[in-house]
Design a protein around this ligand. Sequence first.
Ligand code: GUN
Ligand code: FE
Length: 423
Amino acid sequence: MIVRGDIIFTKEATEFTIFEDSYLLIDEAGKIEGIVQEIETGREYTDHRGKLIIPSFVDLHLHANQFANCGLGNDEELLGWLEKYTFKEEVKFKDLDYAREIYKLVLNRLWEAGSLRSVIYASLYTKTTSLLFDLALESGLSSYIGKVNMDRNVPEYYSETTEESLAGTREIIERYGQISQLIKPIITPRFVPHCTSESMAGQGKLSIEYSVPVQSHINESKKEIEWVKSLHPEALNYSSVYDEYDLFGEKAPALMAHCIHNTKEEIELMKKRQVYPVHCPESNANLSSGIMAVKKMLEEGLPVSLGSDISGGHHLYLPYQMVLAIQLSKMKGRLEDDMSHVIGLPEAIYMATKSGGSFFGKTGSFETGYSADFLVINTDSLMNIKEERSIKEKLEKFIYIGSAANIEARYLEGKLLEKPFKE
Ligand code: GUN
Ligand code: FE
């Protein structure tokens, strides 16, 4: 397959690689073969001249069961928000009919937003988590999906035993671990305060036994960190609790949402383990959690990515997270009188594509051998008058003032993806 258009992507975090009016060559397996300026006359290609061809987005952290709460409950900090709004919504997913309706919407919205790959917190309930797997397999999208584990410090109406937690996680891995290259399980301890040591040890063992990656939350709010200290007074820090139970990237890849209030030692350990820090700017602003030191972490060589973290964040559409990530980095720079915190558009795109995409292997870039995951963007409606804009400016306008309506086509592994479910 060959696609013609204005090709732009981030091979590096700090700069765009741009090929004006060029051809993206894609092999039979859906991998990028190369980019050329010309092809032999007579060869067929898909013509997107004047449109942008960009890597599709990767959302490395979201809670499918919180989708209906987007836009609600923005008057609390993390721990109060969980109790007052979040568990009350998540418990509704005992009802498979309700879950089916919401999950179809979530998958449709991810498709619309161009987030063709994602990492998802599903449900506490194993049956409901299976349902999300089945729908995701039908959708054509690519996701890691986790059964949420929480066996301590949770309300009675929304809890499970340690045995249920581990048996449910094993059941999901055995059922879905080997059936698809696109949809895979991920071990999901909700966060340290909600998992007993026995549960965390069991989850770590499952991760090693089946070579399954791990996702969780870390260092999001100061009260949460105090809570972890009181639960694990012997631990050096929050990270070392996960690490003790093999949930911190040593034996299998781990991604950790938030990473705001890290100590120096924790950053060192993250580097050693190549943990994926997921930046969730909208959620961090809504829950007044703080501002992640994105630029510093990128400079440390950490694979920082972006997450919508709905419904901590209230938009699935990732460009909102990109813009806010840039804005918050400026605020951090100004507040700390250190403008080296500031990131620009290249870093935001890089986090949402190549950096986050590396969790899935070679995805998120247009270098040779990468998966041909891309979006076709028409920016005509964003130009007020007949503006002559560069490719970089067109991308900037799309990210800042565009919407999913500007995405004309979505391709995953070289195949055109249609909207998954009828609405
Ligand atoms: N920490 C534990 N659970 C959650 C959650 O659902 N959202 C966020 N943002 N942080 C959490
Ligand atoms: Fe979260």
